[in-house]
Design a protein around this ligand. Structure first.
Ligand code: ADP
Length: 727
C-alpha cells in the first residue's frame, strides 16, 4: 500500500511539473504504467477481499504490464542517453505489448488459452530488458568522459532496481512478489530524479559511501557482539561479579573503539578514493611557479601540469578568452597536455554558454553544455566545438573581474567525475592564474605589436626607396628631356643657319633646297615623336581615349614591325613571329596597339646587342584572353627593376651613359615608353609584365614581355589572373 502511495506521489510530481520536456513525459508514462501495474498486483494479492475472478484478472494482467514497464524504461534509457531511435522502439514495443495484453484479455474471457502466453510474455520481457541493459552498458563503455559514464552508470543502476522489482512480480504469488514493488520504488525514485534534474549524483561515490557505511556498521556490530560473548564466556571462568566484568570490558572497548573506528574509516577512504594531497601546499607551489611566466604556452603547461600532479588527467589546455568585434567571445585553445584541437571557438554575443561564463563564477562542466536545458540551446557549432576539445571541466580565469581565460581539463584516468573538493581546489588554482594570464596576454600583445611595427618599418623603408628611385627618375627626366629636345633642335638650327647663309649668298639650287628640306624633316619628325610621347604620357593619369573596332592581331604586329625593318637590318637582328594567325579577330584600338607593340619592339632592338634575336609569339589563354610575348636576347632587367620600369620616367642605368637614338644599342628615351605601353594595354582590359633572369651585359639573359589582352577590349580592370599572383 505504502509503496503504491509513493509511486502515486512520484507520478503526481511528474504530472504537475510545468513545461515538461520529452524526458519528463516519458518518465510520466512509465510511472503511469507502474501505477496500473501496482493496482493489478494489489488485486492479485488480496484474494481474501476480492472475488476470485478479480484476483485472476489481476494475475493475468501482471505479465503484460511488466512488459509495458520494460518497454517504457527502454525508451527512457534511450532518450536520456541520446540514442535517436527511441520513437521507433516506442511504436514497435507498445504495439507488441498491446497485442499481448489484448490476447490475455481475450483468453480471460474465452478460456482456455491456446497459446503459452506466459512464456511469450516472459521472453518478450527478457528481450526488452536485455536490450536496455546492453544499450546502457554500451554507453558506459563507449564514453570517455567521466560525466557521460556516470550518466550511463546512473541509468544502469536505476535499470537494475526497476528490472529486479518487475522480475519479482513475475514470480507466483508469495512474499517475494510482495517485495517487488518496494525494490521497484527505489528505481522509480531514481528515474523521477533523473528526469527532473539534469545533475545526477556521482553514482560511484554514492555506492562507495554505501559500502563504507555497511563496512563500518558491520565492524561495530562485530565488536559489540564480541563484547557480549566475552562477558558470557568470562563469567563462567573468572570469579568476578558480572557487573564488574561488564564495566571493565565496556571501559576497555570504549578505549579502543574510537581510535579503531577512525583508523578503519581512514583505511576504507584510502582504499576507495586513492591518494590524498595537500591542496594548500600545491597552490602555494603553483603561484610561485607561475608568477614569472610570460609565455602563454608555458603558462598553460605549468597550470595543467600542476593539476596533473594531483589528478591523473590525460588532456588539458588553456583557453585564452578575448572579445570579438561583435561583442562575442573568442576562445583560443593553447594545448598543454594531450592532442587538443587549436581552432578558435567563437561564442555569439547571445550564446547561453557565453552568458553562463560571463555571469557565473562557478566552473562549467561539459556535462552542463550537453544536458543543461538552457545551455543545450546554444548554437550547434558552439556545442560541437567544445565537445571536440573532449574536456570535462572549464574553470573561469578572471583578472580584475573580467573573464580572461578558461582552464580546461579532460577526464581523470580513473574515470571518476571531479569531486567537489577537487573542483574547489581547481577553482582556486584558476583564480590564481588570472594575473599571470593577463600579464602573459599583455606580453604577447606587445610582441605582436612589435612585429607589426617591424613589418610596418620594413614596408615604409621599401616605399621610401621606391619613392627615392622615382624621384631620381623624375630629375633624370628633366636633364634627359632637355637633351632629347636639344639634339633635334640643334640639328634644325644648323640647317636653318645654312639655309639663311645660302639664301643671302643667292647660291641655292633647286637640288640643294630639296636636300636641305630632307635633312630638316628628320629632326622635325623626331621632335614630333618626342612631343607626342610627352602628350601620351600626360594622358596616362587622366586616362587615354580609345576607339575600339574589330581588327586582327597579325595586322597590328605587322604594322608595329614595319618602321623597324631598316633598324633590324642595320643592327643585324633577326625578328621572328609565330602563332599570330591562331588569334581570331579582336576588338581593339588598332593605332594604340600598334604604338604599344612598336614600343616593345623598339626596346627589344635597343637593349639587344647586334646579331641578337627577337621573337614575337601569340597563343590563346582562355575563352576570354590571349597572350602575346615579345622576347629578346638582350641585356635583361634586374628583378628589382621589373615593376618599376613600367612607371613614368623610370629608366635603368646611369643617365650620363645614355646614348640617344631610336635604335642604337642601349639607346634610351625619356623613360616613358613602357608606362605608355602599360596605359594602352590596361586601357584594353589587359595586363603586362616582364620576366628576366636579371641584368647582365656579358651573358645577355634576355627579357620576355608578356602582354595579356581580352579578345573583346574593355575599359575595366584585367579579369585574367596571373598564375602564382594570388588575388
Ligand atoms: P625609354 O623611353 O627610356 O626606353 P622605357 O619606359 O621604354 O623607357 O623603358 C624603361 C627602361 O626599361 C629602359 O630604360 C630600359 O632600361 C628598360 N628596358 C625596357 N625594355 C627593355 C628590354 N627589352 N631589355 C632590357 N631593358 C629594357
Amino acid at each position: 500500500m505504502a509503496t503504491g502511495l509513493v509511486h502515486l506521489i512520484l507520478f503526481l510530481i511528474l504530472l504537475f511539473r510545468r513545461g515538461k520536456g520529452t524526458g519528463e513525459k516519458l518518465a510520466l508514462l512509465y510511472m503511469g504504467l507502474a501505477l496500473l501495474w501496482i493496482v493489478a498486483l494489489t488485486l492479485a494479492n488480496l484474494e481474501t477481499i476480492f472475488l476470485p475472478v478479480v484476483t485472476r484478472s489481476g494475475n493475468a494482467l501482471i505479465p503484460g504490464l511488466v512488459l509495458a514497464l520494460a518497454v517504457g524504461y527502454l525508451l527512457c534509457a534511450a532518450f536520456f542517453l541520446d540514442y535517436p531511435f527511441w520513437p521507433i522502439a516506442a511504436t514497435a514495443g507498445y504495439t507488441w505489448t498491446v497485442i499481448l495484453i489484448g490476447a490475455t484479455v481475450y483468453f480471460l474471457l474465452f478460456p482456455p488459452p491456446l497459446l503459452p502466453l506466459d512464456s511469450i510474455h516472459t521472453a518478450s520481457w527478457v528481450a526488452v530488458t536485455l536490450t536496455t541493459v546492453a544499450l546502457l552498458a554500451l554507453s558506459l563503455f563507449r564514453s570517455r568522459l567521466a560525466f557521460r559514464r556516470n550518466r550511463a552508470l546512473y541509468w544502469l543502476v536505476t535499470a537494475n532496481a526497476l528490472v529486479a522489482g518487475q522480475a519479482l512480480t513475475l514470480l507466483p504469488a508469495g512474499p517475494l512478489r510482495m517485495v517487488g514493488p518496494l525494490v521497484h520504488l527505489l528505481g522509480a525514485i531514481a528515474l523521477t530524479r533523473g528526469a527532473l534534474t539534469f545533475w545526477l549524483p556521482n553514482v560511484k561515490a554514492v555506492l562507495r559511501s554505501a559500502f563504507r557505511f555497511c563496512f563500518l556498521f558491520a565492524a561495530t556490530a562485530a565488536l559489540l557482539a564480541g563484547v557480549v560473548l566475552a562477558v558470557e564466556y568470562l563469567t563462567t571462568r573468572w570469579a568476578m561479579p558480572p557487573t564488574t566484568l561488564v564495566v571493565l570490558l565496556a571501559v576497555g572497548v570504549a578505549l579502543i573503539y574510537l581510535p579503531l573506528y577512525q583508523g578503519l574509516a581512514r583505511l576504507v577512504d584510502r582504499l576507495l578514493s586513492g591518494v590524498g594531497f595537500d591542496p594548500a601546499q600545491a597552490l602555494r607551489d603553483y603561484s610561485q611557479t607561475i608568477s614569472p611566466v610570460l609565455d602563454l604556452e608555458q603558462l598553460a603547461r605549468t597550470a595543467v601540469q600542476t593539476v596533473a600532479q594531483v589528478l591523473d588527467i590525460q588532456r588539458g589546455a588553456l583557453l585564452v578568452v578575448s572579445e570579438t568585434e561583435r561583442g562575442g567571445l573568442l576562445l583560443r585553445p593553447v594545448p598543454a597536455l594531450g592532442e587538443v584541437p587549436t581552432d578558435p571557438i567563437e561564442l555569439e554575443p547571445i550564446s547561453p554558454i557565453l552568458v553562463r561564463l560571463k555571469e557565473q563564477d562557478d566552473p562549467l562542466f561539459q556535462y552542463e553544455v550537453e544536458h543543461h536545458p538552457v545551455l543545450k540551446e546554444a548554437l550547434r557549432r558552439e556545442r560541437e566545438a567544445l565537445e571536440a576539445l573532449e574536456m570535462e571541466i572549464y574553470l573561469p580565469i578572471r583578472a580584475e573581474g573580467e573573464l580572461v581565460g578558461l582552464l580546461a581539463l579532460g577526464p581523470q584516468r580513473t574515470g571518476e567525475p571531479y569531486s567537489s573538493r577537487m573542483v574547489e581546489f581547481l577553482a582556486t588554482l584558476a583564480q590564481q592564474t588570472g594575473v599571470a594570464l593577463q600579464n602573459a596576454r599583455l606580453f604577447v600583445g606587445l610582441q605582436e605589436l612589435n612585429e607589426r611595427i617591424t613589418l610596418l618599418n620594413e614596408s615604409l623603408k621599401a616605399a621610401y626607396e621606391r619613392l627615392e628611385r622615382l624621384d631620381r627618375a623624375k630629375s633624370d627626366f628633366l636633364s634627359l628631356a632637355s637633351h632629347e629636345l636639344r639634339t633635334p633642335l640643334t640639328q634644325i638650327r644648323g640647317y636653318t643657319d645654312i639655309l639663311a647663309d645660302l639664301a643671302s649668298s643667292d647660291m641655292l639650287t633647286q637640288e640643294q633646297v630639296a636636300h636641305l628640306a630632307r635633312n630638316l624633316a628628320q629632326p622635325v619628325r623626331r621632335l614630333e615623336r618626342i612631343i607626342n610621347t610627352l602628350m601620351d604620357a600626360s594622358q596616362l593619369d587622366v586616362g587615354m581615349s580609345f576607339r575600339f573596332a574589330p581588327t586582327n592581331l597579325a595586322g597590328v604586329i605587322r604594322m608595329a614591325i614595319e618602321p623597324w625593318l631598316p633598324a633590324l637590318k642595320e643592327r643585324n637582328l633577326t625578328l621572328n613571329t609565330s602563332g599570330l594567325e591562331s588569334i581570331p579577330m579582336i576588338r581593339a584600338d588598332t593605332d594604340r596597339l600598334v604604338q604599344a607593340f612598336s614600343n616593345l619592339i623598339s626596346n627589344a632592338i635597343k637593349f639587344t646587342p647586334d646579331g641578337g634575336r627577337i621573337t614575337i609569339e601569340a597563343h590563346p589563354l582562355d575563352e576570354e584572353h590571349f597572350e602575346v610575348t615579345v622576347a629578346d636576347t638582350g641585356i635583361g632587367i634586374n628583378k628589382a627593376d621589373q615593376e618599376l620600369i613600367f612607371e613614368k620616367f623610370y629608366r635603368v642605368g646611369r643617365i650620363d651613359l645614355h646614348s640617344s637614338g631610336d635604335y642604337k644599342f642601349k639607346g634610351g628615351g625619356p623613360g616613358l615608353g613602357l608606362s605608355i605601353v602599360r596605359g594602352i594595354i590596361e586601357g584594353h582590359g589587359g595586363c603586362i609584365w616582364v620576366e628576366s633572369e636579371g641584368y647582365d651585359e656579358e651573358r645577355c639573359p634576355g627579357s620576355v614581355f608578356h602582354v595579356v589582352l581580352p579578345y573583346h577590349g574593355h575599359r575595366g580592370p584585367c579579369r585574367w589572373k596571373r598564375p602564382g599572383q594570388g588575388e
